[in-house]
Design a protein around this ligand. Structure first.
Ligand code: SF4
Length: 367
């Protein structure tokens, strides 16, 4: 197996908890910041000697961490692993100020992902977000002034009560801000979140499909191409880090609740802060069978505009995709595009990716 070329670093602290969120997180006020930083850097020693092409700090809210601790983590990662080609941090707009941005720049961060979610004030309130639309615009301007132009903004659509006009306003804002990368995720009602408990009602599938089409058409007209089901970028601004996940390549990870995939082993870290601080990092760890690796590979790669290469599939799984899946390919001939070298989902069929995967993959192989 190849060594991982990407490292994910989880910073779990948030100033508040959003009602739709299922990520591993804790309130900042729990006061674990310093001990967590120490435990995190200690866990990182498992990857001693590895150089990473991409490092991604996600959360939680990395920008909420005490600035001196954030600086320590960033400097230590660079000292141990070298400066990655793509060095990303997730920030909430309300945290972005000139001091934070110059610290990030000085530590080598060259890509910032902002959790904007919406530019409508009442929607932001419903989502439990603390920033205003003005905060988001100000954060983008500050990043650019500091010379960090590789910016991405996350949005959520399919919210209860959302109207087409709201979505169009978000898209107009993306155009105005001239962003090189955006993600639009449909609201997922994850079990145990406040939205799920409140039985929040998302729009119908037909409405969601119309919204998705509207998003793709508008972003395409701005020069942002959909390179993954929920991600659009100008050429050269695709997220290298996330593409590693979608390609099924190995990746390292450290931090509370984080998952890694190295040498065919998927390891999930604990969501108990007590255990994490005590150095009991791993909650579960399992070597995937070749059938599971193949399942994951197809599920992730078909999310990508470019799909996967038949040669790569053969090298990884020692079989010919076209022969092994012949009967299912025939049934999906209206949905898949297959040429001599690649397999991809047709552009206008990406919105039904889930049902294509159900028809293509053998879910019983996972039992
Ligand atoms: S959505 Fe982000 S800011 Fe909100 S609770 Fe989840 S991780 Fe924290």
């Amino acid at each position: 197996m190849n060594p991982p070329r990407s490292l994910y670093v989880h910073i779990p602290f948030c100033r508040h908890i959003c009602p739709y969120c299922d990520f591993p997180k804790l309130l900042l006020s729990t006061g674990y910041q310093e001990r967590y930083t120490k435990a995190l850097l200690n866990e990182d020693t498992r990857y001693q000697g590895l150089h990473f092409d991409t490092i991604y700090l996600g959360g939680g809210t990395p920008s909420a961490l005490d600035a001196s601790l954030l600086k320590l983590i960033l400097e230590e990662l660079v000292r141990r692993h070298g400066t990655p080609k793509e060095f990303t941090i997730e920030c909430n707009p309300e945290d972005v100020n000139p001091r934070l941005v110059s610290l990030l720049k000085a530590c080598g961060i060259n890509r910032i992902s902002l959790g904007v979610q919406s530019i409508k004030e009442s929607t932001l309130k419903m989502l439990g977000r603390r920033h205003t639309p003005e905060d988001a615009a100000r954060a983008i301007a500050l990043c650019r002034e500091a010379g960090i132009d590789n910016l991405s903004c996350d949005f959520i659509y399919g919210l209860p009560g959302e109207r087409m006009d709201d979505l169009k306003n978000d898209l107009d804002w993306v155009r105005k801000e001239n962003l090189p990368h955006v993600s639009f995720y449909a609201l997922q009602l994850e079990p145990h979140t406040m939205f799920a408990i409140q039985k929040v009602q998302p729009p119908s599938d037909d409405t969601l499909s119309l919204y998705y089409d509207t998003i793709d058409t508008a972003l395409r007209s701005m020069g942002l191409d959909r390179y993954e089901v929920s991600n659009w970028a100008r050429p050269g601004f695709e997220s290298r880090h996330n593409t590693c996940y979608w390609r099924g390549d190995p990746y390292a990870a450290i931090g509370y609740g984080a998952s890694s995939y190295v040498d065919g082993v998927r390891a999930v870290r604990t969501r108990s802060m007590t255990d994490y601080l005590a150095g009991k990092y791993i909650f579960s760890s399992r070597a995937e069978s070749l059938a599971e690796q193949e399942f994951d590979y197809l599920m992730c790669n078909l999310r990508l505009r470019d799909g996967f290469s038949l040669k790569d599939f053969k090298e990884r799984f020692n079989k010919d995709f076209l022969l092994a899946y012949a009967d299912r390919i025939e049934a999906l001939r209206d949905d898949l595009e297959i040429d001599d070298s690649r397999v991809r989902v047709k552009r206008d069929k990406l919105y039904i990716l889930d049902s294509i995967l159900v028809d293509l993959l053998d879910f019983s192989s996972l039992r």
